[in-house]
Unconditional design. Structure first.
Length: 222
């Protein structure tokens, strides 16, 4: 887990960084907005702690930018505000920040907030739904149809996961095989059809969401 901290006050930066490292996180430190935005071009942290009062760019502008860009909009963000910056705090949350911490803070609180936001976020991204009928728990490898757990083979589950990685996108049979077997070309094309047929049957009412696009492949359509 990599956490980026953007904070120009060196003492605060060091304090948060030190304690996050102690808690087992990897940390990247930035003292201005420009360095941080440059860094983002090459790396995506798991969470951002963002001070709103920076010397070069307004933290709220950074927040707005992050939530606007698809590449960054899913990175959980905790904003740091000073006492008396109530308006900024509210604006930050409106702009999509996940939580805020008011200075002065207790370091224990910061760590607790970071963990809580990450937890919330994991829950959010690791359970996927298809049309309110199918629920897929990517962590537990469990699939539910209308609340009832169904048993899929590993291959069926993985095909579902591939299709779910981009809802609405058409995946060719070749692409599905490539993702499944990572280059082991021992499997013939048609096996995908067999797995999908079984997957559809097991998903019962949810099976209709897996759509065959003639001559191209498969996609999930709600
Ligand atoms: Ca500051």
């Amino acid at each position: 887990m990599l956490i980026a901290i953007v904070e120009d006050e060196k003492d605060i930066l060091n304090l948060i960084s030190l304690h996050l490292k102690k808690s087992g996180f990897n940390v990247k430190e930035f003292q201005n907005g420009k360095d941080f935005l440059n860094y983002l071009k090459n790396d995506i942290p798991n969470l951002i702690i963002l001070d709103l009062m920076l010397p070069d760019i307004d933290g709220l502008e950074i927040c707005k930018y992050l939530k606007k860009e698809i590449k960054y909009s899913n990175i959980p963000t905790i904003i740091l505000t000073a006492k008396g910056e109530e308006v900024d705090k509210i604006l930050g949350l409106e702009l999509g920040a996940d939580d805020y911490i008011t200075k002065p803070f207790s370091i224990k609180e910061v760590i607790a907030r970071v963990k809580a936001v990450l937890r919330r976020y994991e829950v959010k991204v690791n359970i996927l739904e298809i049309g309110n009928i199918v629920k897929v728990d990517l962590d537990k490898y469990e699939v539910y149809v209308k609340g009832e757990k169904i048993n899929l083979t590993t291959t069926e589950f993985n095909i579902l996961k591939i299709l779910l990685s981009k809802k609405g996108w058409v995946f060719s049979r070749e692409k599905i095989l490539e993702e499944l077997w990572q280059g082991e070309k021992a499997v013939i094309d048609r096996t995908v059809d067999v797995h999908i047929k079984n997957l559809r049957e097991k998903l019962k009412e949810g099976g209709k969401f897996i759509v065959n696009v003639r001559g191209v492949g498969y996609k999930i359509e709600e």
